[in-house]
Structures are given as C-alpha cells and as structure tokens.
Ligand binder design. Structure first.
Ligand code: FES
Ligand code: FE2
Length: 321
C-alpha cells in the first residue's frame, strides 16, 4: 500500500493518558500508550499470543499488560513476562508489532517501515496553538480535506460566518504547486461577514492554501483591516476507507480571545460542515476527471481538481475511488 510512505496523525498528544488508547489507521486497529519514560508507543492492537485486543489491557510500570493471559510488553514490543510460565524466556516471536512514533505539532504520528521523512513541516506560523478534536466523521479522509480546501460552499453552509449569500462568486485565483507537487493558492481574496471568533464585523480576508500531505492542509487568513493572523490546519487520520478522525489546529496571533471562545467558533463551523460532508456519496473521493466519468467541476473548483490530481500522482488508493 502506497499510503505507508507518509506519517499519519493518530491522536492529539493530550489524548494519550494512563490507559491504553485504541485507535484505527488505514483499516488497522492500533493501541497507543505511554512507556515508563512517558513516550508514546504504538502497537498493532492484537496480542501475539491469542489475538486479544491489547487496548483492553493495562499500562503497568512502563509496560503494557494484555487483559487475557497477562503477558507484558515493553515499549519496543518485546515480551518481557509470561505469568503462566515464570521460567519461560519469551523469544522474538512473542513480540507485539510496534510502529514508529513521532510527536510533532501537538499530535502523535505513526510511521510504517519505509516511511519517508517525518510529519509535514509547518513554518512561520503564529505561536499560539490550539488543537480541536478529535472529530469522528462518517466519510473518507480525502472528502474531509477537500471540504477544507473548498471555499465555494461558504456562502451556503457558513452563511453569515465565513460567507455572504449576496456574494457567492469565487474570485479569480491561481493554483500553483510546491516544488514537490503539492497544490497551493498563494492569494485568494474573500469577503467574510465574520472571519474568526475575534471579528467584530465583516472584513476582506486574504487566504493562502497549501496542501501539506495527502490528507492534511493548511489555510492562513490575514484580515486586511489589520486583524490577527490565523492559520488553520486539518489533520485527517484515514481510519477506514469511509470513516476518518479529524483534528483542526489553529495558530493565531490573537493573544487575547480565550481558548474556549476560539474553540466554540471552530466547533460551530465544523457542526455546519458535518451534515453535508456525511451526506456526500460516494463517501470515497472520486479521482477520475469529469471527462473520465468523475464528478462535475466548474471554474471555482480549481483547487479541488488540483488536490485530486495530486492524490493520483501520490498513488493514493485508500478512501478514494
Ligand atoms: S492473548 Fe494476550 S496474553 Fe494471551
Ligand atoms: Fe466548511
């Protein structure tokens, strides 16, 4: 599977506490826990002994103990104790399957054997970071990311917030690409009735969009009235082909508005998106062009079209059709 080239977000750092956390990535159940040093550890959620879910177990003294027969595993996956056979030295075949883990941007990332580089790089964003989620959504990860890249729904889904029903037209804009082929819009002007939680009224806002990886994207908004600079990132975990787990990170130069106010705004925006997202059929994102039988496109959909071409060029097969 080509998807194993990328690192994937599986949890926000704060979600991993004392108990093992069951997560799902690319259709595989995984278990996330913290070893004795507090570092996140990720295993296949399947005990090598009899296949019980390790997420039903307990973290004890920096090891994970299976709920079924009590075998214990260290952070590398090695089996270090078999209670039913105290003299038994567990061989390598008794090990749990461990994935590589990195922590970046307040998220825990999973890497498969042969994964390239690391999680996406974020440069030059405002310092204050908030992470919202997780949101479990009944659609594919790429449908959710494409919605994040789509502005022509603002006047309908986010009327009075991000869009104005009197101005549904999408302004002229150009889609370019990074050196490694990720779609970008450097400048996209939009009138917003209420661009952020801190906004007192409407403002012209310049958007910049960048696709960060197959299922992640960045949006930076700069109000022309000199308001705060806000960047938003969507991190989508492809849990199953037609189900995803999302987080939205906000990086803002607004140091005044309380966390809860910022969070409530983003939660309200996503509550507007969710019913439409979950209504889309097929749930998998069609990658064929309109001429090949894919979904209809118009001039306002340039970024969506570029995103689909990018997924094709990456060889993505999960969550698409
Ligand atoms: S199934 Fe895990 S210890 Fe037996
Ligand atoms: Fe939306």
């Amino acid at each position: 599977m080509n998807e194993t080239r990328w690192w994937w977000p599986v949890a926000a750092e704060g979600e991993v506490a004392d108990a093992p956390l069951a997560v799902e990535l690319l259709g595989d159940p995984l278990v996330l826990w913290r070893d004795g040093g507090g570092a996140p550890v990720l295993f296949a959620d399947r005990c090598p002994h009899r296949g019980a879910r390790l997420s039903m177990g307990r973290v004890e003294g920096g090891t994970l103990r299976c709920a079924y027969h009590g075998w214990r595993f260290d952070g590398g996956g090695r089996c270090i104790a078999v209670p039913s056979a105290p003299g038994f030295e567990p061989p390598a075949s008794c090990a749990a399957r461990a994935l590589s883990v990195q922590v970046a941007h307040g998220m825990v990332w999973a890497g498969f054997d042969g994964a390239e580089a690391g999680p996406p790089v974020l440069d030059g964003l405002a310092q204050r970071r908030l992470v919202y989620g997780p949101f479990d959504v009944e659609t594919s990860a790429p449908r959710a990311v494409e919605n994040f890249l789509d502005t022509s729904h603002f006047a309908f889904v986010h009327e009075g917030w991000l869009g104005d029903a009197a101005h549904p037209e999408v302004p002229a804009h150009e889609v370019t690409a990074t050196a490694d082929g990720r779609p970008v819009i450097e400048r996209y002007p939009a009138w917003q009735p209420r661009a952020s939680a801190a906004a007192a009224g409407g403002d012209w806002v310049d958007y910049r969009y960048e696709v960060l990886s197959p299922f992640a994207a960045l949006l930076t908004k700069q109000g022309r009235g000199g308001g705060p600079e806000d960047s938003y990132v969507i991190w989508a975990c492809p849990a199953a082909p037609e189900r995803c787990r999302l987080w939205f990170a906000q990086y803002t130069s607004d140091l005044v508005t309380p966390d809860d106010t910022l969070r409530d705004f983003q939660v309200a925006i996503f509550a507007q998106d969710r019913p439409v997202l979950e209504s889309q059929r097929p749930r998998r994102l069609p990658l064929a062009s309109p001429g090949e039988g894919g979904e209809a496109m118009c001039a306002a959909d340039r970024l969506s079209a570029a995103y689909r071409r990018y997924l094709r060029s990456c060889g993505i097969t999960f969550g698409v059709c």
